[in-house]
Ligand binder design. Structure first.
Ligand SMILES: Nc1nc2c(ncn2[C@@H]2O[C@H](COP(=O)(O)OP(=O)(O)OP(=O)(O)O)[C@@H](O)[C@H]2O)c(=O)[nH]1
Ligand SMILES: [Mg+2]
Length: 283
């Protein structure tokens, strides 16, 4: 299974982001806490090099908490301003707003020295489906930006005002054109950043089973209602279909539906809080 993913509108998005940067003081870069490296667009480093940045490890509620803490420590040690965030959590809004305000402080200060009270403008960027629109809505406390559980919901840019002195720019998700690392591509597909039409869902579900077999055998067994996982991948999928009742009319196994449900359940955190990347161990 080879995953290719660069729809034409993303080149347009890249041009739009570059264009909008002139009007922006801070970039809030969202990555998925379950895989902060695979979900980080390498193009962003170059694109945002000149701007103060805040790195938000979003969907932290779906990731393994000690691993997320280790990632935040690691980024902090590298001098990156990083924080975890969960759209559903009660806490987290103030630290996020504070981080953006702190990143913008030098520009605000320079403007103040000239007698101007500056409106801070922050661009929210990241790969598709990482939670950019939801993040802005959570900070604002209302559904100002359209959000949804498939990649590609936000199509254009939208400014959202949090206060008279703080505005956020919601942007469409962006991937990068060259996909050399198929492991990273698979991780992105597991997370739901790539549209399902361009992936082979059955092959992807089997790949997820292979990962979880090592990482979370107990959770996988329980979820699939299987005693053992040591059979061939296709057999595991067939047995899961029977055990979970993923059947077609007439009683045959519905492998496509099984694959889709398995991926959906993983993406929704129903197999537990599972991180797909851990930071390298300190030497
Ligand atoms: N569990 C969990 N789900 C989240 C979180 N943030 C966003 N989501 C969900 O992730 C899905 C995508 O959210 P969006 O805000 O539309 O993502 P986006 O990055 O704006 O996506 P595009 O506009 O398509 O690029 C939605 O189903 C959200 O409810 C989070 O912190 N935790
Ligand atoms: Mg969006």
């Amino acid at each position: 299974m080879t995953i290719q993913w660069y729809p034409g509108h993303m080149a347009k998005t890249r041009r739009m982001l570059a264009e909008q940067l002139k009007a922006v003081d801070v970039v809030v870069l969202l990555v998925d806490a379950r895989a902060p490296l695979a979900s980080s667009n390498p193009d962003f480093d170059e694109l945002f090099a000149q701007k103060p940045r805040v790195l938000v490890l979003n969907k932290a509620d779906l990731a393994d908490p000690p691993i997320t803490r280790a990632w935040v420590d690691r980024f902090t040690a590298l001098g990156i301003n990083a924080l975890p965030f969960s759209a559903g959590a009660q806490k987290g809004v103030k630290p996020a707003v504070d981080a953006v305000t702190a990143a913008a402080a030098p520009v605000v200060e320079r403007a103040r020295a000239r007698g101007i009270k500056k409106v801070v403008r922050a661009m929210v960027a990241g790969i598709p489906n990482v939670g950019k629109s939801t993040f802005i809505n959570r900070l604002k406390g209302s559904a100002a930006a359209k959000a949804g559980d498939t990649p590609g919901v936000t199509r254009g840019r939208q400014w959202i005002r949090l206060s008279p002195y703080l505005e956020f720019l919601d942007t469409p998700g962006m991937l990068w054109p060259k996909l050399e690392d198929q492991d990273a591509a698979r991780v992105l597909a597991f997370l739901g950043a790539i549209r399902s039409e361009v992936t082979d869902e059955y092959a992807l579900a089997k790949a997820l089973v292979r990962v979880l077999r090592h990482e979370r055998p107990q959770a996988l067994r329980e979820r699939l209602k299987l005693e053992r996982l040591d059979a061939d991948d296709d057999i595991v999928m067939e047995e899961a279909c029977k055990a979970r009742g993923w059947l077609m009319q007439g009683g045959g196994m519905d492998l496509m539906r099984g694959a889709q449900l398995l991926l959906d359940e993983f993406r929704a955190g129903k197999m537990g809080r599972i991180s797909l990347e851990a930071p390298p161990q300190a030497p």
